[in-house]
Design a protein around this ligand. Structure first.
Ligand SMILES: Cc1cc2nc3c(=O)[nH]c(=O)nc-3n(C[C@H](O)[C@H](O)[C@H](O)COP(=O)(O)OP(=O)(O)OC[C@H]3O[C@@H](n4cnc5c(N)ncnc54)[C@H](O)[C@@H]3O)c2cc1C
Length: 454
């Protein structure tokens, strides 16, 4: 078998490469995990291309790791057993917009910003908003979420139907265009979050929303992180429909100010956004303000212009990069736990204590309305003791989150980094997950070594 020549014969020669730079680009993601080179990179341009590649790989037992933007954070796209890195970014067409159904049909390589630019013409937007301009295929595969999840839900809530190519090259369709269904097993929900281990998405039907009539944003400063978290829980408890509610601690804001040239006060801060009509928003904003002040908010500032609002969320999106940029030669290890809301203050306080007691520089950000937060730890990947120390903090955070009834990952996914916590989190249901993997992919060629792999 000559992988390069065989695949070039099946597809076009320019769709398959063993070029060193291309292999290097496809050997990693945005995490600190060690890269592994694929043998070849294949650029799929159609469902039929994916079918052909998987049929070949299945017949010859070649590992296939789907690759999109490569922005994942737990080693998801690293082809740990080499083989084929299957790049889906040339499949980047928006195939159909149905404004009256609030649905859109896309190929997997369409990115979040690309989709939102196209939807704006129809008065619509796509709600899931991770910090990176990730692809719809990648976001579905990791069940991504982000700043707006508190109001609109995670990726699994938006994917209505899928076209997926299975490990042996069979094309399967799941779901319908109906808003709800009680019919059959929820295969769409199973495939979303499967991290490229069960099949390759080639088309996605996604739920979209009407652009809100009015958007308002605010910044609320607090004396300590604990008060920030308590205030966010109070807002959730009162049922104020915030569209975004993000925590940033002083360490993060220092990094953002240096990186972006902003001048946010470097104190624990909640960034909030409200979507609605002019009349409902005034009420929501006032209720939120009263609740924040009850919890000790020292300064509450509305963000006046759209420009300022964009700058605010842009700053939030680069938080991890900005924080790490302060430490030359370091990469970030972004922990990602999610706990029940009532335990969030306690979980964040413990994480801060563990960071402060270590030699690691770390800041905390959180999608606090969801009980989801990240400690961003700056580590030198070549310094084994530093990586080990950061990993100890990470482990303690996960163990604590699990003890509180939470999960080892709220949104980034399992990849390589969270495999070791799967037994503790899923206990007796992990065996069933492994059986499901065998049903979908009996030869184990799809993104091997990840998620439920032992
Ligand atoms: C600065 C920054 C901020 C981030 N913020 C967030 C955040 O707020 N929330 C969040 O959830 N994540 C966040 N992330 C992580 C990342 O953006 C998400 O995990 C995203 O969903 C990955 O999409 P991608 O297109 O980069 O996919 P990739 O990284 O290329 O792939 C991710 C996984 O999906 C699989 N895959 C890709 N395409 C397909 C397909 N068509 N079919 C089947 N499997 C496929 C891959 O094999 C891999 O397992 C952030 C990352 C960065 C760098």
């Amino acid at each position: 078998m000559d992988l390069l020549a065989d695949l070039q014969a099946i597809l076009r020669a320019d769709q398959v490469t063993a070029n060193e730079t291309m292999r290097e680009h496809h050997s990693r993601d945005e995490s600190y995990h060690a890269p592994v080179l694929p043998d070849v990179v294949v650029f799929a341009e159609s469902t039929e291309d994916v079918v052909q590649v998987l049929r070949y790989a299945h017949e010859h037992d070649v590992p296939v790791t789907p690759f999109a933007v490569g922005s994942s954070l737990e080693g998801h796209t690293i082809p740990v057993q080499a083989g084929i890195s299957l790049d889906l970014m040339r499949m980047n067409r928006i195939l159909e917009v149905r404004p009256d159904d609030f649905l859109v049909r896309v190929q997997p390589g369409v990115t979040k910003d690309q989709l939102n630019a196209a939807l704006a013409r129809h008065g619509l937007f796509f709600t899931v908003d991770p910090g990176a301009d990730a692809s719809m295929g990648g976001m579905a595969a990791t069940n991504a979420s982000g700043t707006t999840t508190v109001r609109y839900g995670v990726m699994r809530d938006q994917v209505r139907a899928l076209e997926v190519v299975l490990a042996d090259g069979t094309v399967m369709h799941t779901g319908t265009l109906a808003a709800k269904s009680s019919s059959g097993y929820h295969l769409t929900g199973l495939l979303v979050g499967s991290e490229g281990t069960l099949g390759v998405f080639t088309e996605l039907w996604l739920r979209v929303y009407g652009l809100p009539e009015k958007v308002m944003a605010a910044r609320a400063a607090f004396p300590d992180v604990d008060a920030c978290v308590r205030a966010s829980t109070a807002i959730m408890g009162a049922g104020v429909p915030v569209a975004r509610m993000e925590l940033a601690d002083p360490h993060i804001l220092r990094g953002v100010n240096r990186f972006k040239g902003t001048s946010f006060p470097e104190v624990p801060t909640l960034f909030l956004e409200f979507h609605g009509s002019s009349s409902s928003l005034t009420q929501d904003v006032e209720t939120a303000r009263a609740l924040l002040e009850d919890e000790g908010c020292m300064a509450y500032e509305m963000v006046a212009t759209e420009d300022e609002r964009r700058r605010l969320w842009d700053a939030r999106h680069v938080a991890a990069t900005a924080f790490t940029a302060q430490f030359a030669g370091k990469r970030h290890l972004a922990t990602d736990v999610c706990v029940p809301l009532s335990r969030l203050a306690e979980a964040v306080a413990h994480a801060r204590q563990w960071i402060d007691a270590s030699d690691i520089d770390g800041g905390i950000v959180g999608h606090v309305g969801d009980g989801n937060f990240h400690a961003i730890l700056a580590v030198d990947p070549d310094n084994a003791s530093e990586v080990a120390e950061a990993y100890r903090i990470h482990e303690r955070m996960v163990e604590h989150a699990l003890a509180l009834g939470g999960t080892c990952t709220g949104e980034h996914g399992v990849g390589l980094g969270k495999r070791k916590f799967q037994v503790a989190e899923h206990s007796d249901s992990l065996a069933m997950m492994r059986q499901i993997k065998c049903v979908f992919d009996p030869k184990g060629i799809l993104n091997p070594g990840k998620l439920v792999s032992e």
